[in-house]
Design a protein around this ligand. Sequence first.
Ligand SMILES: Cc1ncc(COP(=O)(O)O)c(C=O)c1O
Length: 360
Amino acid sequence: MLTSPAPLLISVQLAALCRVRHDHRMDPLRHHGDVELRPGLVDLAVNVRTEPHPEWLSAPLLASMSDLAAYPDQTRARAAIAARHGRAPEEVLLTAGAAQAFTLLAQVLTPRRAVVVHPQFTEPEAALAAHGHVVERVVLAPPFTLDPGLVPADADLVVLGNPTNPTSVLHPAPALTALAVPGRTLVVDEAFADTIPGEPESLAATRLPGLVVIRSLTKTWGLAGLRIGYLLADPALIRALTEVQPLWPVSTPALVAAEVCATAHAAEERIAHEIAADRAYLVARLAEIHGVEVVGTPTSSFVLVRTPGALALRERLIARGFVVRRGDTFPGLGPDWLRISVRHTAVTDAFVDVLKNEVH
Ligand SMILES: Cc1ncc(COP(=O)(O)O)c(C=O)c1O
């Protein structure tokens, strides 16, 4: 059984300020799974789907290559994304991946008290710190359930993920909307929302003052190299973010991908159901291994595990041909944590066979 210590509220003003002057490559917040990949290794570290693109996606992408002389026109993609979420185009900002949205927010917002709920994707905090903002952390303890009461009442910027990377935990929508109080910007990173059938807790279609929802199209659609995501918010904030966004921020092929993916509901649902089945299989196989514990209730395309000596175990797994994501660079975790991507059952079987032998 896990112990569940009271969640911690940790103030990291000094560390955040220091990071502004640090080399990004030395900053654990700027460590991402892609740098853990090496040729020849089976990738269980990056949560991007690696299946070949379906014809309905690859054909328009290839066709867009003959249209590269023209500057990109966002009209159709923006309308398609807006329609997908029952929004107006004026409520949509297309971005070069969800990652760009964090940088734009950090440029435009002027929070007096910014809070990031961890463990979560580290880029929001890194972007805020890089733009000189003081960041406080609310660190959730296992099993990473969100208690809105942990967030300081006077925080005027709150950032969290749903479902959250790396915990794979999905917070209920009411716990999130409870955080949308007057005078506060609430940023919900839904980069992995489309990995969950029906997206039950998504706030993408919800209009609340100060609510910002960030989405990615790079995960489910295997488009990390194309860089395409978007942000949903009220038109005034969208206009302010557009002011600081680089000119022509999203390429024509990325806009084409956004347009066609926005209407691919059936394929999206099918993939989400496949992920759910493959994840259930992975969780069941991991349960066979003494000393490896899946923590929290995973809901997305990855699971978080605790196992003593995870960092050394990870090195042994690499020697055996499998790379998983280190957990220690996520605030609130440490050297005993690993994040494992959900893959097809055959890959999971091969991985679990190796893992069984390498866990001491
Ligand atoms: C939770 C989360 N949000 C956002 C991103 C950024 O995604 P994108 O590739 O769309 O920039 C990532 C990438 O790993 C992520 O894990």
